[in-house]
Design a protein around this ligand. Structure first.
Ligand SMILES: NC(=O)c1ccc[n+]([C@@H]2O[C@H](COP(=O)([O-])OP(=O)(O)OC[C@H]3O[C@@H](n4cnc5c(N)ncnc54)[C@H](OP(=O)(O)O)[C@@H]3O)[C@@H](O)[C@H]2O)c1
Length: 274
């Protein structure tokens, strides 16, 4: 019996999936047990070592989630929402292993299906696997305390020029943490952008400012501006591998030294608050 934590990756050929596979292979405590790809994928039937530009490793990319799951202690998902939801439902019906997903962009219906699957399956969901961002989220929640209710919150983010959506999912998540601590919905509080004669700032709103340029992996700051002081919580990612590293930390947390977790929906907040 292997002492290593056996990981199966869904979507191993994508940007995030590749980084996760690399991080698994580089970690002596982990092994890459399976990789699930689409039948049309060029990687299908190929040794994943070769797909990643390495020596063969004996892990062949295949289409069967069930087969790959059987070999694994944990499934890490870096695919796309449709795949994530069907994988969660199938893993719930075969009794695991648990699922860690970094996928974003679920519809409301897909959200509900993922939540339903988590009644039978431990699922950790993170739109950002970085540990620093998870800690920043906890700090933002702490800073949005009631006595500082009147402080103006502004969320700034900068990303590389190829990013196509704005504000980033992480900026929205950080703002949502502040809003929920204040007992308001982000949708009510958000000022998504400003231009022209905007008038004075309305108390209680949460403003966003977005910059795009260069190769910046991701920078977020949440500013709490008061009459006579300012508190800023900021985070900068230097390397995309930060997401893969965080995913592995979360995988170990989910595995819980072989004890596993109860079925339910977990987040990076659980990982950093343990
Ligand atoms: N949580 C985090 O920290 C974090 C960080 C970065 C990105 N993300 C999120 O992770 C997701 C993937 O991002 P990415 O940039 O890696 O995207 P990507 O490069 O487009 O990769 C998506 C992967 O999913 C595979 N895939 C799609 N449908 C599939 C299916 N039905 N069955 C099996 N595999 C399937 C694709 O395979 P083919 O190439 O064969 O189509 C590809 O390998 C996005 O939702 C992104 O927002 C999260």
């Amino acid at each position: 019996v292997s002492e290593r934590l056996r990981v199966t990756v869904l979507g191993p050929t994508g940007r995030l999936g590749r980084a996760i596979c690399e991080a698994v292979l580089d970690d002596p405590g982990l092994s890459l047990a399976g990789c699930v790809v689409r039948a049309e994928s060029a990687a299908c039937g190929q040794d994943m070592g070769g797909v990643l530009g390495r020596e063969p490793i004996g892990c062949i990319a295949g289409v069967s989630l069930e087969e790959a799951a059987e070999q694994a202690d944990i499934v890490i998902d870096a695919s796309l929402p449709r795949m994530t939801v069907s994988a969660a439902e199938r893993l719930a019906s075969i009794g695991g292993p648990c699922l860690l997903t970094g996928v974003t962009g679920f519809t409301e219906d897909q959200d509900t299906r993922l939540l339903t699957a988590s009644h039978q399956l431990p699922v950790l969901r993170a739109s950002n696997f970085s540990l620093g961002v998870a800690i920043a989220e906890a700090l933002v929640r702490q800073a949005a305390v009631l006595p500082a209710r009147e402080w103006d919150i502004e969320v700034n983010e900068t990303h590389h020029k190829m990013k196509t959506d704005a504000p980033s999912g992480t900026a929205i998540m950080l703002a949502r943490a502040a809003a929920s601590r204040r007992g308001v919905s982000l949708e009510e509080a958000a000022i998504w952008s400003r231009e022209g004669t905007t008038g004075p700032r309305e108390t209680g709103t949460i403003g966003f400012a977005v910059s795009r340029g260069g190769a910046m992996v991701g920078e977020h700051s949440v500013r709490f501006l008061a009459e006579m002081e300012e508190l800023t919580i900021s985070h900068r990612a230097f390397d995309r591998r930060v997401f893969a590293r965080g995913a592995i930390t979360a995988a170990r947390w989910m595995h819980n030294a072989g004890q596993g977790r109860e079925p339910g929906l977990y987040s990076m907040q659980d990982v950093v608050s343990d």
